[in-house]
Design a protein around this ligand. Structure first.
Ligand code: GTP
Length: 831
């Protein structure tokens, strides 16, 4: 072998790639070092072996086939094969290049091969392939259109899962720009997105519309800039999502929302909602118009009137608790104009059973209310005088009848018909007549008490309903008094506009009044109206300007009362009143004083008892001058007695009425009387009844204290018959309790009366008060009273009320056997 060959051989031997030569039998006749290392065998272990000795059969078969092909074709062959060798844990991929070797005869006599280990490259290729497959599958799964674009909008690649979403076929896309493919509005959107992605790396959310064959379709773009290699021009991946369905749904929602909004805004009802924190989360235009926008505000932040906020807090609380609340109320919190009336409904908002807020509707019902009021006014009131009409009067009368029957109270119905009204109409015209009717209505209103009512029945006919005729006068008398007051009021001249120039005329009016009482027996409103109508016609028949009762007995009582009233007014001036004196005794049966009792010596009726006229005097106010006369007479008597030693110790008890006692000047009057008459104050005892003390107790106590300071003493009359409140009893500066004669009368036969008497005595004694019993008629009564601690007495047992002369005579007889008061009584001629 030449040097050159030797060098070549050495190079091949040590080359780092396995090289081998096999003869046509397939035996290895040459292997280099690397081939041995690769097989992990020594050269001697390889040389002379076949592939079947070295490799698994399937690989060996394949290797042999290729050898044969090379040998027979005389052509080189390149193939890949996975070879297991002890050198590697796993089979390695080799690229085998086989070359036929020719002998000197020019025939193939051997096959030389070189095996390059391409395992690493092969693995990468495989990985790449797998990646490509995965990527392709992923891409296939993406339902969106995808394009690779440059900054000019030129298409470089595409993924088109739906060709019907394309304006041009995908195959015509590459190399063209967006502007060449899409219509201008859509292209503009895409370029904007590209620009954004170029500036910020990405762009999302731009939408565009394409009018395709099937109709308009909507797409949404997401663009991201691709990482570029080196100085490569920027590329972008644009994902175009088909959103037509979403868009249609959105548009439908938007349309229905704006329709709803339009409905809500265009209804004339204020409409709002609040969340669980009480914040306004929705409102319509009407809310804004009335109270300004409330969005985001709670009730407390609304700026409404405090009272209204409180009302709505309470109503909202009910709605939040699940109630549907309905209220009518007048709002004073409006932005413009006068207060208005609203009908409001609040209701909870529920989602899935939970309350998540409240919703409210508020309708302005001001006009409706006004109409209702107007209708009510027209239905129930007389448009001329504005008084209740017949219909309303009838309702009220029925109500008054029911109430009076239930509470056993008397009432009266008056019917007032103007006399000769027709003449006024005929002479001065209807307008003047109307003027009179209006003024009559006003005068009627002023003549009655609160609680009574008046109405116009029609024409010149009015009625007045008087309820609860209590008081001290009997009810027909009271009714007559009010009817008279009305008649007198209507008798006052009227000044009415008359004639075309509206000159004022003075008109004298009179009215006939019928009166029917109710409350004692059940009567219907219709019947009562019939009665009062009859009575009114009687009044007309009796000569007009008068009043007539339906019931003749009542008429008689009213006549008698009014006659007595007239007489009573004259009696004082004519000196028809007298004072009688009833003696009061102590337990030693000694006279200690007297009670003065008023008597009226009537010119025709003889002596009239106070029971018949005191109530009338109280109601007419005559009680005040009458009471003063009594006080003055009593004081004069005391002054007279004070000059006689035997009579000087006598005290006089004088009854004072509530009305008299409540006069502001009462204390002054009494003081002046004491001074002018010279009566000793300590002998004057004022008798008050419980009813005097009950009303305005503070003022009464103050007056009593003023009088007490003058030296006057007080006795509480009729104790036990009224309220008998122990609370006021201890506050009053009293010196005496008087046991009413009604308890004394049956003292010995009635256990209750006996018990009451004993209690009053015990009470008086324990409060340090004198106790006097009136109406003592028998010794047995006296004994009982004395036994239980009552020390003072008054009654027929000792003497009836008598004029002063008789009283003094009585005193004389009482005193004859012990210390006769004869001397003083003799000197008493002046009385
Ligand atoms: N101005 C005016 N007159 C009315 C109205 N309604 C009724 N009248 C008249 O009132 C008069 C009622 O008359 P009467 O009550 O019947 O008779 P009178 O003239 O008052 O006579 P006596 O009642 O018998 O005293 C009639 O002339 C009616 O036309 C009204 O609303 N306005």
């Amino acid at each position: 072998m030449s040097d050159e060959n030797q060098q070549l051989r050495a190079a091949i031997d040590h080359l780092q790639t396995p090289i081998y030569i096999k003869n046509l039998d397939g035996r290895y006749i040459y292997v280099n070092d690397m081939a041995c290392s690769t097989l992990a065998l020594s050269r001697s272990e390889v040389l002379g072996k076949r592939d079947h000795d070295l490799f698994p059969t399937d690989i060996a078969d394949r290797l042999c086939d290729i050898d044969r092909l090379v040998a027979t074709s005389g052509q080189a062959n390149t193939s890949e094969a996975y070879i297991h060798s002890r050198m590697f844990e796993e089979a390695h991929c080799f690229l085998s290049i086989k070359q036929p070797l020719l002998g000197d005869d020019g025939q193939v006599n051997a096959v030389a091969g070189i095996a390059v280990d391409i395992d690493e490259r092969k693995r990468k290729e495989n990985e790449l392939e797998a990646l490509k497959n995965r990527f392709a599958a992923t891409l296939q799964a993406i339902p969106d259109l995808m394009f690779e674009l440059d900054l000019d909008g030129r298409y470089h690649a595409h993924h088109v899962p739906r060709e019907d979403w394309m304006v041009v076929r995908p195959s015509k896309l590459l190399g063209r720009t967006i502007r060449e493919v899409l219509p201008a509005p859509a292209a503009d959107v895409c370029y904007q997105a590209l620009q954004e992605a170029f500036e910020h790396g990405f762009s999302i959310g731009h939408q565009y519309r394409l009018d395709l064959e099937r109709g308009p379709e909507w797409f949404e773009l997401s663009v991201a800039q691709k990482a570029s290699i080196g100085h490569e021009a920027p590329r972008f991946i644009a994902l175009s999502r088909h959103i037509t369905r979403r868009k249609v749904a959105e548009q439908a929602l938007q349309e229905s929302e704006s329709l709803l909004r339009a409905i809500v805004d265009n209804t004339p009802v204020a409409y709002w909602a609040r969340d669980l924190d009480g914040r306004c989360i929705m409102e319509n235009a009407v809310v804004v118009k009335f109270v300004g926008s409330q969005l985001g505000k709670t009730l407390e932040e609304s700026g409404w009137h405090q009272e209204e906020v409180k009302i709505w807090q309470e109503q909202s609380r009910r709605a939040y608790a699940g109630e549907v609340v309905e209220v009518e109320y007048e709002s004073h919190s409006l932005l413009h104009g006068t207060p208005r009336v609203f009908h409001v409904v609040l209701s909870p908002i529920r989602t899935g059973g939970d309350i998540v807020g409240i919703v409210g509707f508020s309708q302005d019902i001001t006009e409706r209310k006004r109409h209702e009021e107007r209708i009510h006014q027209l239905a129930f009131f007389d448009p001329l005088t504005l008084l209740p009409n017949r219909r309303l009067m009838f309702d009220r009368l029925e109500h008054a009848l029911a109430t009076s029957t239930r509470h056993h109270r008397m009432g009266a119905l008056l019917m007032i018909d103007l006399d000769h009204f027709k003449e006024l109409n005929d002479t001065h015209g209807h307008t003047t007549g109307d003027g009179l009717l209006v003024e009559v209505a006003a005068r009627l209103g002023r003549s009655i008490r609160q609680g009574d009512s008046t109405a116009r029945l029609g024409g010149d006919e009015f009625v007045v309903i008087l309820e609860d005729l209590g008081g001290t006068l009997t009810s027909p008398v009271q009714a007559a008094a009010i009817a008279t007051k009305i008649r007198d009021a209507l008798n006052q001249p009227f000044h009415l506009a008359a004639g075309p120039q509206g000159e004022v005329i003075t008109y004298h009016c009179s009215a006939s009044i019928g009166v029917a009482m109710f409350g004692d027996v059940v009567t219907s409103a219709t019947e009562l109206l019939r009665r009062v109508d009859t009575a009114m016609y009687q009044a007309k028949a009796a000569g007009r300007n008068t009043l007539c009762f339906f019931d003749p007995a009542m008429q008689a009582a009213a006549n008698a009362r009014s006659a007595m009233n007239a007489d009573l007014h004259e009696a004082l001036g004519l000196g028809q009143f007298e004072l009688h004196y009833q003696v009061q005794m102590n337990e030693q049966r000694q006279p200690i004083g007297a009670e003065t009792l008023l008597r009226w010596r009537h010119p025709h009726q003889g002596m009239v008892s106070p029971a018949s006229f005191i109530a009338l005097a109280e109601d007419t106010g005559l009680i005040v001058p009458l009471g003063n006369w009594v006080l003055e007479t009593a004081c004069r008597q005391l002054a007279t007695w004070s000059k006689h030693p035997e009579l000087a110790q006598l005290s006089l008890a004088v009854n004072v009425s509530a009305r008299q006692f409540r006069q502001l000047s009462f204390t002054d009057q009494v003081q002046q009387l004491l001074v002018s008459t010279g009566a000793p104050a300590s002998k004057l005892k004022l008798e008050l009844t419980e009813s005097t003390l009950i009303e305005d107790a503070d003022a009464v106590v103050q007056r009593m204290e003023e009088l007490q300071a003058l030296g006057i003493r007080f006795s509480l009359d009729d104790f036990g018959t009224g309220y008998s409140s122990l609370a006021y009893l201890k506050r009053l500066p009293l010196t005496q309790l008087k046991i009413d004669q009604s308890f004394v009368r049956d003292l010995l036969t009635d256990h209750n009366d006996a018990a009451i008497v004993k209690t009053i005595i015990a009470l008086g004694n324990s409060l340090g008060l004198d106790v006097i019993a009136e109406g003592v008629e028998t010794e047995a009564q006296l004994a009982f009273l004395a036994e239980h601690g009552c020390r003072q007495y008054q009654g027929y047992l000792f003497g009836k009320p008598v004029p002063v002369a008789a009283f003094e005579a009585l005193l004389m007889t009482l005193n004859t056997h012990r210390s006769p008061a004869k001397s003083c009584l003799h000197g008493h001629d002046a009385e």
